[in-house]
Ligand binder design. Structure first.
Ligand code: HEC
Length: 489
């Protein structure tokens, strides 16, 4: 008898685990699930590794990472069902008596992580670290050109009209001006003080869509605003730049001071302008349950007028106690929001991506008044490998268009709207911090038809934006620089 099988036969009775076919009689009362670890990786080692291998690549039971399935389609539901109910007559034990649904969910997430890592180990990705490297992606060839380096941590760029160049927001709060290939050595003077700690800082700089119109000139900033006693919350202001100084500042959104939080995580955000409205997101600020609480600003997408007034027709404007700026809720940490080109007003289609926990990064279509479910439903689990919930869907809660499990740590989101890469027209560009990737998503209607990794491994991708010149601008971290993708032959 192979030693692995012997080991299994020895421990199965201890756990009360016997494949239904081999059982012959009703099982003794199962040990309470509570006695088992909640850590999915440890559960796998204890319960599954002896048959499916330490690396999930198979043994007595088949490989769980080759994406070849004999007993279903490999979807979440199939995997959870097999773990819970076993496979009669095949030697796959039923674990439903010892594992509660959240633990089963944790194992599914764990299997997904391992499968993706196994697949990636056999794949090479474009790494355009030299300026003359040509990347031949499926629909266009490009080079990566560095515009500005020697930056701190760049988090956003704004395009100014004509030959006025670019504004670059650094995490520290510095607002830099780039023009004619030169980065002005001194930042714009007098910009607001930001809480640049943890995940906080100067997150967004963006010009008003009518910036070039006489009398407009507005530049918007979104940042983590320091409150009292080390607390902070996402805020939005606008102002103008005159002679290298930040002037005419106006508050566009500030949460009530008492709702600021001391956590250093999950601030959001990006900005979408449409017909005099401004949309932006605030992450849950580390308080997941508050994403469901309409008296709190965190974990929400908000809608205000672009001068800061609050529309009276927002979905919760007349709900007692609810914050009137809330547009949608149940968001964990929005990292990109953008409007689909050609949509506006009643038909405005806002797409958003957000960080899940460990697994469950989401791409969403934001809808008025909708609940996106965090933390009641999620495709992810806690960072320590323990489950949050078994529920991935529930009536009345929105489903993501897609989710990334394992998480890629999505950051930045924009539609490609230019003419320089005709093959990318209407595609969604998605950055990734952890995987250091830029992805291109091809949509069919409101579905994602395919994804391509355009490049990987030249820095954490914080922001991606189509420039007015049709080139794709990307903020990279470590080392901080702003690059752009230019067509190549
Ligand atoms: C006693 C050995 C044994 C243990 C322990 C065991 N499995 Fe299995 N498992 C099997 C066998 C045998 C099969 C059927 C393989 C086949 O038909 O190719 C199977 C099948 C599966 C399948 C379905 C594969 C498919 O192709 O559809 C999944 C998923 C799975 N196991 C996951 C797990 C997980 C997760 C654990 C731990 C909680 C676990 N197994 C523990 C032996 C085991």
């Amino acid at each position: 008898m192979p030693p692995a099988l012997l080991r299994v036969l020895l421990f199965l009775p201890v756990l009360g685990l016997v494949a239904p076919a081999a059982r012959g009689q009703a099982p003794a009362a199962a040990p309470a699930s509570a006695a088992l670890t909640r850590d999915a990786g440890k559960l796998y080692t204890q319960l599954c590794a002896s048959c499916h291998g330490e690396n999930l690549d198979g043994g007595l039971g088949g490989s769980l990472v080759d994406d070849l399935w004999s007993h279903g389609d490999g979807g979440d539901e199939h995997l959870a069902r097999v773990i819970t109910a076993g496979i009669a007559g095949m030697g796959m034990p039923a674990f439903g008596e010892v594992l509660d649904a959240p633990r089963v969910r944790g194992l599914v997430v764990f299997m997904r992580e391992k499968a993706v890592r196994a697949r990636e180990a056999g794949t090479t990705y474009a790494k355009p670290s030299a300026p003359d490297t040509v990347v031949r992606s499926r629909a266009a060839a490009f080079r990566v050109e560095t515009l500005a380096s020697g930056l701190g941590v760049p988090w956003s760029v704004a395009f100014l009209p004509g030959d006025e160049g670019l504004l670059i927001a650094e995490r520290s709060g510095a607002l830099r001006v780039w023009r004619d290939g030169v980065l002005a050595p001194a930042p714009v003077e007098g910009t607001p003080k930001v809480w640049a700690q943890g995940q906080g800082g100067l997150m967004v700089v963006q010009a008003h869509p009518d910036h070039a119109q006489p009398g407009n000139g507005w530049i918007y900033l979104a940042f983590s605003d320091p409150g009292e006693g080390g607390a902070a919350m996402t805020a939005v202001v606008r102002g103008r730049i005159r002679d290298g100084r930040w002037v005419d500042e106006q508050d566009i959104y500030r949460a009530p001071r008492e709702l600021y939080r001391k956590a250093g995580v999950h601030f959001g955000t990006r900005l979408v302008f449409d017909q005099g409205y401004l949309f932006f997101g605030i992450g849950d600020r580390g308080a997941q349950d508050q994403a469901q609480d309409l008296t709190r600003p965190n974990g929400k997408i908000h809608r205000v007028f672009d001068d800061g007034r609050v529309p009276t027709d927002n979905p919760f404007a007349s709900v007692p106690g609810a914050l009137p700026t809330i547009w949608s809720y149940g968001h964990r940490n929005p990292q990109g929001i953008t409007a689909r080109p050609g949509t506006t007003g009643e038909n405005l289609a806002i797409w958003e991506n957000e960080h899940g926990p460990r697994g469950g990064d989401e791409l969403n279509r934001v809808k008025r008044g909708a609940n996106f479910g965090w933390p009641l439903i999620t495709y992810g689990m806690n960072y320590n490998g323990t489950p949050i919930t078994a529920e991935t869907a529930r009536d009345g809660l929105e489903q993501p268009v897609i989710h990334w499990t394992p998480s890629i740590a999505v950051c930045g989101l924009d539609f490609y709207t230019g003419t320089r890469f005709p093959g990318w027209e209407g595609n969604l560009l998605v950055g990734s911090l952890k995987q250091q990737e830029l992805r291109r998503l091809v949509l069919e209607g409101d579905q994602v038809a395919s994804q391509e990794v355009l490049f990987r491994g030249i820095g954490r991708v914080r922001a991606v934006q189509t420039g007015p010149d049709g080139l794709v601008y990307v903020c990279l971290e470590d080392p901080g620089r702003v690059v752009r993708l230019v067509p190549a032959e």
